[in-house]
Design a protein around this ligand. Structure first.
Ligand SMILES: Nc1nc2c(c(=O)[nH]1)N[C@H]1C(S)=C(S)[C@@H](COP(=O)(O)O)O[C@H]1N2
Ligand SMILES: [Mo]
Length: 172
């Protein structure tokens, strides 16, 4: 059975006038202009770890439990390092930044991640340190020269030793 006559007439009229009923241009991502105030976030962003970059940042002392011993380590805040490397805004995270994470990898391929929101001072406010000295000395090759210290974690599993890359990624 076909539509009642007045409805058929109405859709005919709309079609001939060029008004698209079924195709909403505002919903079509291929037709929508990009929004100027939300630029795409680069991904991945590789964070420079060289001594020159780290030297510009404030240093923090932190205790690390390693092999059952407590070490006094020092280094830079992971949050500050990411902010200085343009890998994280230095303002409270919003919108798509809440779906970004930082992947820390060791020379042996061991990896651990943190969400940017964990690190944001107004959200998780986690104090994570990228250490380059423990017990007053540079960190030896077995664990260094750079290691992560995560004092807020109950186990040291995210304390990546021999850190060789830090990358910030937008979750797929
Ligand atoms: N590069 C690297 N870092 C690592 C690991 C690893 O296998 N490789 N193991 C993690 C785990 S599971 C723990 S519990 C701690 C142990 O640190 P420790 O061996 O210095 O006590 O290191 C973490 N960091
Ligand atoms: Mo572990």
């Amino acid at each position: 059975m076909s539509a009642p006559r007045p409805l058929r007439l109405l859709s005919l009229l709309l079609a001939s006038s060029g008004i698209a009923v079924a195709h909403d241009h505002a919903q079509d991502p291929t037709l929508r202009a990009s929004e100027p105030d939300t630029p795409a976030i680069a991904s991945p962003v590789v964070v420079p770890l060289d001594a020159g970059n780290r030297a510009a940042l404030p240093r923090h002392a932190v205790e690390a439990v390693a092999h059952g011993q407590t070490l006094r380590c020092e280094g830079v805040s992971l949050t500050a390092l990411l902010q200085a490397g343009d890998a994280m805004p230095d303002t409270p995270l919003r919108g798509p930044h809440l779906a970004r994470y930082v992947l820390v990898q060791g020379r042996d391929g061991y990896r651990a991640l943190f969400s940017l929101a964990e690190l944001d001072a107004t959200l998780g406010n986690a104090q994570v340190v990228l250490a380059d000295r423990c017990d007053g000395q540079p960190i030896g090759d077995d664990a260094g020269p750079l290691r992560l210290v995560v004092p807020g974690d109950s186990r040291p599993a995210r304390g990546v030793r021999q850190v060789d890359s830090i990358t910030v990624i937008v979750a797929p």
